[in-house]
Design a protein around this ligand. Structure first.
Ligand SMILES: [Zn+2]
Length: 282
């Protein structure tokens, strides 16, 4: 049975990110594992959502287990690091951990699961969250520890493997194509909103994020799995980012939801390589 290991920072990164892809592979008989670095303790939660839970971490763990059932994940494991929040200041939070420490924990799971495909955050941490960047760096380091993969970082932020190792899994970053985001920035401005102060906590700078672009190497069609993805996202009720947003924000996030995009770092894409429609090579 083929195995896919998704490694992200928080409970909800799986459903608000490549949830359609995870659901699709689970439905197609792939064992889909989720390795979550934190329990999302730093997330902002309305008091009403905490009803019955001791703390935010416990609530968000329950939300993730709900999403995992919807997506059909085979397993959820936690690395047990502390959520850094957008500013990453707490002394013992994930963003402050040495990369080698986080990588060693990830390496244990790579060795245990032996996946054919690994998915993680892109070099920009999606929208720049310090925990996403920390997980991205730790996954690269874990690939070097486990398989001897050497990395090269291009000026645009693209990460490419410099060598090929027979038994290493493919490594894909989940990416958001910036074309629609640029249009969204334009629409937000047109409607008098500030695209540099976006999101639930007004700490997301869409102008800056739209400038972070690396090549897409795979587009996965998830149209048949959108309902499942929506149900999984709804499990993360305490984190739903769109409830009070404008129709532009909702449109921006729904646009292109039928396809999820990935940029492959290992093996490095060859020049002129055709766009793939799967994360598995065969
Ligand atoms: Zn996250």
């Amino acid at each position: 049975m083929p195995k896919l290991l998704a490694i992200f920072a928080h409970p909800d990164d799986e459903s608000f990110g490549p949830g359609g892809t995870l659901a699709r592979y689970a439905a197609e008989g792939v064992r889909v594992h989720y390795l979550c670095a934190t329990r999302g303790e730093a997330g902002t939660v309305d008091a009403a959502h905490l009803n019955g839970y001791r703390d935010v971490g416990e609530l968000r763990t329950a939300e993730l287990m709900c999403a995992a059932r919807e997506l059909g994940l085979a397993e959820v494991q936690f690395l047990g690091f502390r959520d850094s929040g957008m500013h990453g200041a707490a002394p013992d939070c994930l963003a402050q951990m040495p990369t080698e420490v986080v990588a060693a924990r990830i390496a244990e799971h790579l060795m245990r699961v032996q996946p054919e495909v690994v998915i993680t955050h892109d070099p920009f941490g999606g929208y720049g969250h310090p925990d996403h960047i920390a997980v991205h760096k730790a996954v690269l380091h874990a690939f070097s520890m486990c398989y001897g993969v050497k990395w090269r970082v291009l000026p645009n932020g693209q990460v490419l493997a410099q060598n090929a190792i027979a038994h290493a899994p493919a490594l894909h970053f989940f990416v958001i194509p910036k074309r629609w985001m640029k249009l969204g920035v334009w629409l937000l401005r047109l409607s008098g909103q500030d695209p540099r102060r976006f999101g639930r906590n007004k700490d997301i700078d869409l102008v800056r994020i739209a400038s972070w672009e690396i090549p897409v190497t795979a587009r996965v069609d998830v149209r048949r799995y959108l309902r499942i993805k929506q149900r999984a996202a709804a499990c993360h009720a305490s984190q739903l980012p769109l409830g009070r947003q404008s129709w532009i924000a909702r449109w921006l996030f729904r646009r292109g939801n039928g396809v999820e995009h990935f940029s492959r770092a290992y093996p490095a894409p060859s020049p002129g390589e055709a766009l793939a429609h799967t994360l598995f090579s065969n």
